[in-house]
Design a protein around this ligand. Structure first.
Ligand SMILES: [Zn+2]
Ligand SMILES: [Zn+2]
Length: 437
């Protein structure tokens, strides 16, 4: 034990290393117990590190994979580079292949020097590397980040994330970032950081405030003259932008009515939803949050002109399944208000992007025929760990995308519409510019 070790939970000095991995220190049993659910994920792996490549200087890093809930240890080649501007040289970790992007794209860096949650300064820097354009390049929601934060991830982290550690060391007049092996204490720092990052930016609100700003400008004659009209949308245009494409899922009675009146069967139909609709105040469904694609579902008031009492709506019920592994009693069931007499519902994506009829249909079908079945198959639903394992296995974009490919083929026959161009709501290969995922 180094006498200067500090506790990763409370920052007290004179803390003791974990006896097994020696990669995180604690001042007390209480702090160790608090960190244990996170610590145990990598304790054994830190004790027995993967073999270090011997052809190049490398530093140990933690990989949060977009498609695997478990964090992984990985060596990152970090050669020393010299340029005319830096005679002393600097280390340049080669992160791009691990982030799955061409080496010509520089990674985006998030440098953490403070644990804001626990209120202390680090004696080194923890850095998260992410893809440079992860929100728009077709990257998938980061499963490890979702799982590590119990799916309470306020920001839409996508694509692989690489966690590294460095110290700024003075060399001559320069301060040089000197990389060192990541520790299990650094994982605690990152998880605290992820739980907080972007908490004040609610998804979709950036657009709202931009709109409010533009509106203010055009409502006020004086300021209007200072605005370049070539780049400012006209009022009509942003009236359109205010609406989001969502989907109505009809209950049995409304389907029957439609069948009688319009001679067609239609459960799912697309609608335009205003930005001030009551649906935006709904909480997102548990399952959609875990999958990294938060959906809002809103019960529509029943049309009093219609008779008939069958307001059941199975897709709406299944979209609202209780899947939080911590909720033992309701696990695998929908809350009472979503079980019977639900009526027709409206569904939108919380991020304000369009949701198509086919995507909503596939998501509901996935919940009903894959997820609900998988939950039903869990032998001992009394065990949180087993519930969690089941959820991690089934509620992710990978399983959904695989399901969607088959469902598209089935539906092209059954629906009478062409489903071949239906894209996954989790991202598209089309706008991905041919880069690897
Ligand atoms: Zn402590
Ligand atoms: Zn340990």
């Amino acid at each position: 034990m180094a006498p200067t070790s500090t506790c990763v939970i409370c920052n007290k000095r004179g803390a003791n290393d974990c006896a097994s991995c020696k990669s995180a220190s604690y001042c007390s049993k209480a702090c160790q117990v608090l960190d244990w659910p996170l610590h145990k994920l990598l304790c054994k792996k830190f004790k027995k590190l993967p073999s270090r490549p011997n052809n190049m200087p490398s530093q140990l890093a933690i990989l949060l994979s977009a498609d695997d809930p478990d964090p992984r240890l990985i060596w990152v080649p970090s050669p020393q580079e010299y340029t005319e501007y830096s005679e002393t040289g600097f280390q340049n970790p080669i992160t791009e292949p691990l982030l799955g992007q061409p080496i010509t794209h520089s990674a985006e860096r998030f440098v953490v020097t403070k644990n804001e949650v626990r209120g202390y300064e680090l004696d080194h820097s923890v850095v998260l590397f992410a893809r440079d354009n992860w929100l728009n390049d077709g990257s998938k929601p980061n499963q490890a980040a979702l799982a590590l934060t119990d799916w309470e991830l306020p920001y839409d982290w996508r694509g692989n994330i690489l966690i590294m550690s460095f110290k700024v060391v003075a060399k001559g007049r320069e301060g040089i970032e000197t990389y060192q092996n990541v520790t299990l204490g650094d994982l605690r720092t990152v998880v605290d950081y992820l739980r907080r990052y972007g908490i004040s930016i609610e998804r979709g609100t950036e657009h709202d405030s931009l709109w409010a700003m533009l509106k203010q400008i055009t409502d006020d004659g004086e300021e209007k003259t200072t605005v370049d009209t070539r780049t400012t949308p006209t009022p009509n245009k942003y009236k359109e932008e205010k609406n989001v494409k969502g989907v109505i899922i009809k209950c049995k009675r409304d389907i029957d009515f439609d069948k009688k009146e319009n001679k067609r069967w239609e459960r799912y139909s697309e609608v335009s939803v205003a930005k001030d609709h009551a649906i935006w105040k709904e909480p997102s469904t548990e399952a959609s949050r875990i999958m990294g694609l938060p959906l809002l579902v809103h019960q529509l008031p029943p049309n009093p002109a219609l008779t008939g009492s069958d307001l059941d709506n199975p897709p709406a019920t299944y979209l609202n399944l209780t899947v939080d592994p911590k909720k033992a009693e309701m696990w695998g069931f929908a809350p009472p208000e979503w079980q019977n007499q639900v009526g027709s519902v409206l569904v939108v994506r919380k991020d304000g992007k369009s949701l198509s009829r086919e995507q909503a249909w596939a998501l509901a079908e996935y919940m009903q025929f894959r997820v609900a079945d998988a939950l039903g198959d869990t032998n001992d639903p009394g065990d949180v760990r087993q519930r969690r394992a089941t959820i991690l296995k089934i509620l992710n974009w990978k399983c959904f995308d695989a399901f969607l490919e088959n469902f598209k083929v089935e539906m092209t026959d059954a629906d009478g519409k062409d489903w071949s161009n239906v894209r996954s709501p989790f991202g598209t290969r089309e706008n991905h510019r041919g880069e690897p995922f």
